[in-house]
Design a protein around this ligand. Structure first.
Ligand code: URA
Length: 198
């Protein structure tokens, strides 16, 4: 991971970071995935959504949140006036784990310098962590997602602090639709934060 961190720091733009990841052989997930899934949306946006890992649809297309979870995410975003022209979307792990298993803690740790550099280079004012792995990886909290959701955590980049709002992952909401009301509260909190009211 030390090697990954040194490499990630070398990237001076998101384009360079993507090219660097495409040539990075330190994560075993790369060798079973079809495509690198780097990002979608507008990198100039001040708002960044971070999910967990690509699934089959994302692996095929090479972009995050393309399948059913992505369609739900798009609807949730649309409900508060957002889409991928005014937000930037990515994951903590840029390759699909085989069979859609969860990425292992080791795989997450290997990829972590890259998502950290991606955040640094995209320079958002607000991050939305979708689900527990993104929330715990980025904020360091041990809180479970049902406790963490709706809360802002500080995300530190150098001497800057970015607010990171935790919410439920759309894949979880597809399995537990009754929980959508909680996500809806979080998205209202997000809207208020974007409007400078939270
Ligand atoms: N789930 C995620 O966390 N990310 C994706 O890109 C797709 C599904």
């Amino acid at each position: 991971a030390g090697d990954a961190r040194a490499q990630a720091r070398n990237a001076q733009s998101l384009e360079e970071l993507e090219a660097l990841l495409a040539g990075f052989d330190g994560c075993p997930l790369k060798f079973t995935a079809k495509n690198l899934v780097f990002a979608d949306g507008n990198p100039a946006s001040k708002l960044m959504f971070v999910g967990e890992a690509p699934g089959a649809d994302e692996d095929r297309v090479g972009k995050p949140f393309m399948g059913r979870s992505g369609q739900l995410l798009d609807r949730m975003m649309a409900a508060i006036g957002l889409d991928r022209t005014n937000a930037y979307v990515t994951n903590i792990v840029p390759w699909r784990p085989p069979g859609n298993r969860n990425p292992t803690p080791q795989e997450v740790a290997i990829c972590r310098p890259f998502i950290e550099r991606q955040i640094e280079l995209a320079d958002p004012d607000l991050i939305v962590c979708l689900g527990s792995p993104a929330t715990q990886t980025l904020t360091g909290t041990k809180d479970g997602i049902l406790k963490a959701r709706g809360r802002f955590y500080p995300y530190r980049v150098g001497d800057r602090e970015i607010r990171a709002l935790a919410t439920l992952h759309p894949a979880y909401l597809l399995r537990q639709p009754v929980q959508k009301r909680l996500a809806w509260r979080d998205f209202r909190t997000l809207r208020a934060a974007l409007d400078g009211k939270a």
